[in-house]
Every structure is written in C-alpha cells, then in structure tokens.
Design a protein around this ligand. Structure first.
Ligand code: C2E
Ligand code: MG
Ligand code: MG
Ligand code: MG
Length: 289
C-alpha cells in the first residue's frame, strides 16, 4: 500500500511537470519579448551560378540571460502553443523589413534583393496578419516585392481562410516560399492551388546529393526527388532554393540538377546583422572593381 501511494505521488508529479514547465516557458517567452531578448541572425541565400547574395533568410534566436543563445527549435513550438508566436512573429517581420530596407538603402538592390522571415500557421490565422505585413512594409519603406514569407506545406494546407490570406499577400506583391519542400504530404496539389513563387528544397534531399553511386535505395530516391522538384518548379514557373548545402560538391551537383540558388553553411552561416553588413560592403567593393 505504501509503495502504491508513493507510486501514485510520483506519477502525479510526473504528469504535472510538463504542463507547468510549458506554462513557465510560455511566461518566460512573454517576458523575453518585452525585455528585448530576441535576436535575428541572417543567412545569405546565394546564386550557385556566380556566388552573388540574392537574399537573406531571417532566423530568430533567444539570447537568454542564463542559458545563452537558445535555438528556435527549442522555443518556437512553445511559442506556437501559447500563441506568443503572433507577437514574436510580428516583431521578426517588422525588424526584418526594417533591416532589409536599411541594407538596400545602403548597398542597393544589386547587392541584396530580398529578405525572408519565417511565418507560422498561427500567424496566418491572426485576423490582423495581412494588415501587419502591409504596415511593416510601409513603416520600413520596403517595396513589397523585396519581402518573401517562408511558409511550410502543413501551414498552407489549412483551409479556405489561409488560402484567402495567401492570395491577398500575393496580390500585394509579397512573394511566398514553400519551406522544407518535399517533407510534407501533398506537395503536388498544393503547388497548383497555392500562389507560391519559390520552392525551398529541404536539406534532407541535399544530404548525399553529391554521391555518384548512392549507397542505398533511399539515397537514390532522394536524388530522384531533388531532380523531379527542379523540373516541376521549372514547368510551373517557380524559383527554387536548395537548403542545407554543406560542400562545394553538393553545390556543383545541384547546379547540374537545375538549382540556381542555394543556402547552407558552405555558402554562409546565419550571422548577426553587423557581420552581414560587412559581407555586403565587401561584395559592393568587389562588384565595383
Ligand atoms: P528553416 O526555416 O528551414 O531554416 C533553415 C534552418 O537550417 C536554420 O536553422 C539554419 O540555421 C539551418 N541551416 C542552414 N544551413 C544549414 C546547413 O548547411 N547545415 C545545417 N545542418 N543546417 C543549416 P535554425 O536557425 O535553427 O532554425 C530552425 C527552424 O526554426 C527554421 O527552419 C524555422 O522553421 C524555425 N524558425 C527560425 N526562425 C523562425 C521565426 O522567426 N519564426 C518561425 N515561425 N520559425 C522560425
Ligand atoms: Mg525558413
Ligand atoms: Mg527551410
Ligand atoms: Mg528546413
């Protein structure tokens, strides 16, 4: 009996812990947003033909006072669950537009063409989202065709309301990118219904793309998918970006498969804005020379 009771107590404790930990993280995120603890790092998106930077992806980080830099993988799910992703995502959007406009004013659109923040499905369901995007662009003085919103397939699949929001954004001139493409469920039908401009081939299809003789049937299939996605995008008039390129061999192979734009540690790590400013300044000098 005693043991039964001890077990029950332990069990109940175990049940409580995750929920209260989530609640604590939710409250912590709110506090962090108010305290200005979020940062944005920018990763170059690069032409595989000539190495030019054609855009940047904005990736959020949490500079926690005790835990140091926290990865979005560790707090975006909680931010989505608690709804804090709506104000956090709005901040990322506004800050990215402001920073992109400053870079374009300083270096010109030849040195940086586009900036791309990520958008969660919760944001697409926020009734103010389209107005928030319009206001972020207007306040920053950023032309709408310089903004790319990165969405996942699963976010885009959710029904009539989202579809209308996406068409309104499209009509504003904002470009939409399907992130992590190939990992979702109904990629083909989605591409027809969705006003996408860009397809981002997921990193999982880039891993091993450089191998002449893929060692497993699965690796073979991934190469076939990468090739098919390039052809499909081409047929539908969509641009492509290959994600997670970690070597020159991968970049070369992707170029041969029909990918002209890529992103990955080999081409440039996500970096703080000051560092990207230096990189853009160096590019401008090179372009002028
Ligand atoms: P994502 O949008 O697919 O972003 C690409 C992720 O791959 C980034 O991870 C980037 O740092 C990483 N990456 C880029 N090149 C390479 C490479 O060559 N090798 C490897 N191994 N990784 C590479 P990060 O910054 O940790 O972000 C993870 C995910 O968190 C993002 O995936 C995105 O889904 C989400 N996320 C990041 N920032 C935001 C945000 O502001 N809002 C929302 N809703 N989600 C965000
Ligand atoms: Mg992304
Ligand atoms: Mg991605
Ligand atoms: Mg990805």
């Amino acid at each position: 009996k005693e043991r039964g009771r001890a077990n029950w107590v332990r069990y109940a404790g175990g049940m409580e812990r995750p929920a209260s930990a989530h609640a604590r993280l939710g409250g912590d995120l709110r506090r962090a947003l108010d305290a200005g603890e979020f940062r944005i790092v920018y990763q170059p998106i690069v032409s595989l033909d000539d190495g030019r930077i054609v855009g940047v992806e904005a990736l959020v980080r949490w500079e926690h006072p005790e835990r140091g830099m926290v990865s979005p993988i560790d707090f975006i799910p909680a931010a989505e669950r608690t709804g804090l992703i709506v104000p956090l995502g709005r901040w990322v959007l506004r800050e990215t537009c402001r920073q992109a406009a400053a870079w374009i004013a300083e270096f010109g659109p030849d040195v940086l063409d586009k900036a791309a923040p990520n958008v969660s499905v919760r944001q697409l369901h926020d009734p103010d989202f389209v107005a928030d995007v319009a206001a972020a662009l207007a306040d920053a003085g950023l032309p709408s065709n310089r903004l790319v919103l990165e969405l996942t397939e699963s976010a885009v699949l959710r029904g009539q309301h989202v579809s209308q929001v996406l068409h309104e954004l499209h009509d504003m001139g904002v470009r939409l990118a399907l992130d992590d493409f190939g990992t979702g469920e109904s990629s083909l039908s989605l591409l027809r219904a969705f006003p996408a401009a860009i397809v981002k081939l997921d990193k999982s299809f880039v891993d091993g793309i450089e191998l002449d003789e893929p060692d497993t049937p699965a690796a073979h299939a991934r190469q076939a998918v990468a090739r098919a996605v390039a052809q499909l995008a081409d047929a539908l008039g969509l641009d492509t970006v290959a994600e997670g390129i970690e070597s020159q061999e991968q970049a070369d192979r992707l170029l041969r498969l029909g990918y002209h734009v890529g992103q990955g540690y080999h081409l440039g790590r996500p970096m703080p804005p000051e560092q990207l400013t230096e990189l853009l300044a160096a590019r401008r000098v090179k372009a002028a020379a």
